[in-house]
Design a protein. Structure first.
Lengths: 369, 276
């Protein structure tokens, strides 16, 4: 058994008593922090426990537990209790209530429940997040943002530069003009510079920091938020919105055939055919009311443009994690959509969904479906 | 005294960070509030995974000590905010088991405040540890001490109260600048005890302990300190009843992971030699 599973079982044993019979129900893929979550069942009682094991993560599990407290005043009932936290065999371990074995992402992709139920859950998540943002608004200081954008962008830019696809190192071709599905775009290097430029929001909010469907557990129409390491004040609601909107393009698209990337005639050519299944589009469309409510409050003139820069950063940022999740084939679409989202004008053109945010287009689609 | 160890980078981080971090603290603020920086940033040992560790000493009488977690440019920040009365009480009366006063026995820098803030901080440290150091010195049959003796007595006393502190002290011990750090600690700790009136100066380089505890008092005071320290720590860490064990394991894990576990005997030898 992998070390992590043994450690997780030991932790549950330490919490409950040595004669527990632990059964591994499921283990997650590593998250971007490297931590993994095992769901362990106590065979005597059938109770489930979510056991997170981390080794030298940037944010310790002890600190993650503390950050949970930012959310509890606003999301009462939707944040699982922490039952135990300690160190075993060099791993930091945190045991929480297990309120469901499936993430919202998994449930939607696998259609575990009727989509009418899942859409209701998603709508409730969005309402709760907006409610939290509205209640918690305060003066924004970018340096205090838990997801400090300049450093995040630098990591993303480095990740793209180091990406190798078909023996082509992207970093060696940043200055080449790009052709995406036959349409010309500025070079990748220019796109990577554009995503640095975002204006400040008119206020900061308390947020989870990474609100997206794989951080939401669901069971019988009830949901809860997990993975609180980025929680805190001074979040930029437009960046958070980009996670809610961009998740669907980043993680739920399907490919029609193998994407291609080549250097030809002094250009970097990216070809792919991807689509977002119609039943999943409807989840993305529901994010529009989030934008409407927040934009009405914020009145930021650059909100749409900044959201698209955050989206471009999100797509570029996916690239360095895709091999870890065995999703290498999506590297080309993510690079391409990063460029398109950062550079495409005009924003009002149709056909940009599901990647580029245009509030009018999202509204049109949601009213017509 | 320890400002000389701060790198330009550390100074620059604090210069930018403190005016913003003060907005995270929900107390009535005043001109005489001040910051105390300690931990890895103070000695320029920070890396991408280091915390920025700060005390914020304010003058709002209505606020209990609090722990605030924030971040500055993605560096995790931990701020303990407490009013000056509570800070002083953690020295003189050991009200919080040295949870705060113990931090300023270690290398630290006072930023802001008034001209007395530096000395007030040193006095707090001396008030907390002085009697314990005096008692350990008396066990050795010595009531007169040099600055080297005083520093060693204080750190041995601290280790007596919290053996896992060795992981913390080890960071200084293995630093290439340890000789200089130790010199500065001697000056700082001796000044602390002078200000707290735990020692008086007899002649240049010689001090006399004033208030050693007898064995029974030492035992009681130690028990009180230990109980308060871990209670405060557990409260600040989400009310976790396993907080002490978490702390023990984390300290030991640091020593094992770095290989410094093999240096612990040398660390104690050094302090015991300095205490002779």
């Amino acid at each position: 058994m992998p070390d992590i599973v043994l450690t997780a079982s030991k932790a549950v044993g330490m919490m409950l008593g040595e004669d527990i019979k632990p059964e591994l129900v499921v283990i997650s893929s590593p998250g971007s922090s490297g931590a993994r979550v095992s769901i362990i069942r106590d065979a005597r009682t059938g109770h489930l426990y979510a056991v997170k094991c981390a080794l030298n993560t940037r944010v310790s599990l002890s600190d993650e537990m503390a950050k949970r407290e930012f959310l509890t005043p606003y999301l009462s009932g939707h944040i699982p209790k922490v039952l135990w936290c300690g160190t075993i065999d060099g791993f930091e371990v945190m045991i929480s209530e297990c309120r469901g074995m499936h993430t919202l992402h998994g449930s939607i992709i696998n259609s575990n429940s009727p989509h009418s139920e899942l859409k209701t859950v998603w709508s409730d998540v969005l309402s709760s997040l907006v409610g939290m943002w509205e209640q918690s608004s305060h003066r924004f200081y970018s340096a205090l943002c838990p997801r400090y954008y300049p450093k995040r962008v630098k990591r993303i830019q480095e990740g793209v530069r180091e990406t190798i696809i078909n023996n082509i190192c992207i970093g060696d071709h940043l200055d080449l003009p790009i052709v995406i599905n036959g349409v010309k775009y500025p070079p990748m290097g220019e796109a990577l510079l554009r995503i640095e430029k975002v204006s400040e929001p008119t206020f900061g909010v308390v947020c989870h920091g990474d609100p997206q469907p794989s951080n939401i557990m669901v069971q019988h129409r009830q949901w809860c938020l997990i993975d609180w390491e980025w929680s805190g004040r001074n979040h930029d609601w437009r960046m958070m919105f980009s996670h809610l909107f961009g998740w669907w393009g980043a993680r739920c698209i399907a490919l029609d055939d193998n994407p291609r990337l080549e250097v030809v005639n002094g250009r970097l050519s990216l070809e792919y055919k991807a689509f977002l299944p119609p039943h999943i589009e409807r989840y993305q469309q529901r994010t529009n009311h989030v934008f409407s409510r927040m934009h009405q409050r914020s009145k930021g003139v650059n909100d749409v443009e900044d959201i698209n820069m955050f989206l471009a950063a999100l797509y570029f940022g996916e690239v360095r994690f895709l091999p870890m999740w065995d999703r290498d084939s999506f590297m080309i679409p993510m690079l391409a959509e990063g460029v398109r989202t950062a550079c495409a004008v005009p924003r009002t053109a149709v056909g940009n969904l599901p990647f580029i945010f245009n509030p009018e287009e999202v509204t049109t689609c949601s009213t017509s479906s | 005294m320890f400002n000389k160890f701060m790198t330009d980078n550390s100074n620059e981080i604090l210069r930018r960070a403190l005016p913003l971090l003060v907005t995270e603290i929900n107390v009535m603020q005043s001109e005489s509030d001040y910051w105390i920086c300690y931990g890895s940033l103070l000695l320029g040992l920070q890396n991408n995974q280091s915390d920025i560790d700060l005390l914020y000493i304010h003058h709002d009488p209505h606020q209990q000590p609090s722990r605030i977690q924030s971040s500055f440019e993605e560096w995790p920040v931990t701020i303990y905010a407490l009013n000056e009365s509570d800070f002083k009480a953690d020295g003189e009366q050991r009200k919080y088991g040295g949870y705060f006063s113990g931090k300023v026995i270690n290398p630290h820098a006072v930023l802001g405040g008034h001209t007395d803030s530096v000395q007030a901080t040193l006095k707090v440290a001396g008030g907390f540890i002085g009697q314990f150091a005096a008692s350990l010195s008396r066990r050795r049959g010595r009531e007169i001490a040099s600055p080297g003796n005083i520093a060693a007595d204080c750190f041995l006393a601290f280790l007596h109260l919290c053996p896992w502190y060795r992981a913390y002290f080890m960071r200084y011990f293995v630093d290439p600048r340890f000789a200089d750090i130790w010199q500065t600690l001697q000056a700082s700790v001796t000044t602390s005890l002078v200000l707290a009136k735990e020692v008086t100066k007899l002649s240049p380089g010689y001090f006399e302990y004033q208030n050693p505890l007898d064995e029974a008092q030492f035992h009681i005071e130690m028990i009180k300190v230990v109980a308060r320290f871990w209670a405060v720590g557990a409260c600040f860490h989400g009310g976790r009843i396993d907080f002490p064990d978490y702390y023990f394991e984390k300290s030991e894990q640091f020593l094992r992971r770095t290989g410094y576990i093999n240096h612990c005997a040398k660390l104690y030898d050094f302090l015991n030699t300095q205490a002779k």
